[in-house]
Design a protein around this ligand. Sequence first.
Ligand code: ATR
Length: 285
Amino acid sequence: MGIVSGLDSHTIMYGVFGDPIHHSRSPIMLNRAFRESGLNAAYGAFHVKPDMLQNALQGVRGMQFGGVNVTIPHKVETMKWMDELDETAEAIGAVNTVVNKEGRLIGYNTDGIGYTRSLKEEVGQSIEGQHVAVIGAGGAARGVVYALLKEKAECVYILNRTVESAKNLATSMARFGNVVGMGLKEMDQIKNHVCILINTTSVGMHPHVEAMPVPIHCLHEGMTVSDIVYNPMKTQLLKCAESLGCTIHGGLGMFIYQGAYAFEYWTGMPAPVQAMRMEVEASLR
Ligand code: ATR
């Protein structure tokens, strides 16, 4: 399982650069996607230390890789070495996908748009015209807030433990739509008109599986509650939301669809999302 066969002298190479990297599920997911689509392509995981990032990206040009993903800790630094930045990467201030277009490296960020596509396709939740609460104001929140505003959310409330970071993020996203930064405690005041609540923090992630980013009284029936954490797949937040009758949405879809967009940018073909999901779910079982 997961082993690429049939590599030959025509195989187009892709991969992911990170430090650490050996936990990454991107290779099994993307190799499945290439096989499923009948492409002669292969995807590897490369342990790239921070002081080697420029060399590694130079290698993408030198060896004519089709493209790469970059992950922690390289998402911000990679911006420096791109020939061109897509609006997604520029707005978010980070790159997770590099396309090699005839030797020119173009940086994209598919995390946020992967998230909103997952929300729409997996639970059928529309975003346009909705009031959305985003918990957290870190790197993951940046992508999610950007994508929500591009999908024409009526208002995005960013709620964070450190109020200043929420306000700063809101200021930097204000050119894309209506967005307000506030403290986590202010959730009580807005909860009644919030239709979608999204946790972008690591609160509730293994091993602290009992933790909740907001107390249960902040949720109400009729809300869609979404968590970008996928370890565990059903966090305490989602369990509480489910018990109240909310629609729930887990974090695995964000990972799958960020990879789906990368596949589509590299190949120009629609991503075989179901097969990608099956491969990742099987690897987590
Ligand atoms: P990432 O890139 O994964 O988003 P990050 O940039 O370190 O990670 O951001 C982590 C986010 O989770 C921040 O919004 C952080 O809140 P602070 O800005 O107040 O630090 C939030 N976060 C992390 N642990 C938290 C906790 N125990 N309670 C509340 N918020 C937490």
